[in-house]
Design a protein around this ligand. Structure first.
Ligand code: F6R
Ligand code: ZN
Length: 187
């Protein structure tokens, strides 16, 4: 039997605390090959933390369960490209997910199975539904940590390999001091 389980969530900074909160960090070295400017990437500290994910996943990966997570994506760029998460599609393809902005400013990039992309602005209070069969990633376009909440089906799973080869069709880059969406076909 799965018992109700409790943790604490700070509405101001998104921090999750409690016994059943898992913490994962991703460093620059975990994101190799994702950024356009390979020379800029190699010149940076590979141990630098790019983002952390705190997840309350007490129920385990069961059908009908839900996971709750908070991602904190630090500000920074590789060349002109903003720091971003690795990005994935759910292993169980039809599983959707909610994202919402807590702190900072960024972009939610999605890609459907026809490789069509959408880009939405994430800001405190913005709410985003990512449908099933849709890859997703976030980028931090601001100067402070981007904190984003998420809730997804516990049995969704994360498939990184399916999108690793061709990646997303767009990049979020800085041009003249402001974020713009660049089509990778134009590279
Ligand atoms: C869960 C989800 C988020 C991301 C997190 C890190 O389904 O979408 O919690 O897992 O933002 O991103 P990835 O997993 O792409 O490294
Ligand atoms: Zn997801």
């Amino acid at each position: 039997m799965i018992l109700p389980s409790q943790a604490s969530f700070s509405p101001s900074n998104g921090r999750l605390s409690g016994e059943q909160v898992n913490r994962a960090v991703r460093r620059l070295k975990d994101l190799r090959g994702l950024f356009a400017d390979e020379a800029a990437f190699l010149a940076m500290d590979p141990e630098q933390i790019v983002y952390e994910v705190h997840a309350h996943d007490a129920c385990g990966p069961v059908e009908g369960g839900l996971f709750f997570g908070v991602s904190t994506l630090f500000p920074g760029k590789v060349g002109q490209e903003y720091f971003m998460t690795k990005g994935h599609i759910h292993e169980r393809r039809n599983r959707g997910e909610y994202y919402w902005g807590i702190e900072g400013r960024g972009a939610l990039v999605t890609m459907n199975e026809r490789r069509e992309a959408t880009v939405a602005v994430i800001e405190p209070g913005s709410l985003h539904y990512v449908p099933g069969n849709t890859a997703h990633r976030i980028a931090n376009t601001g100067n402070v940590p981007l904190v984003v909440g998420a809730c997804w089906p516990a049995d969704a799973g994360h498939d990184y390999d399916a999108i690793a080869e061709r990646g997303f069709p767009v990049r979020i880059v800085e041009e003249n001091g402001a974020p713009v969406v660049r089509n990778r076909e134009d590279e």
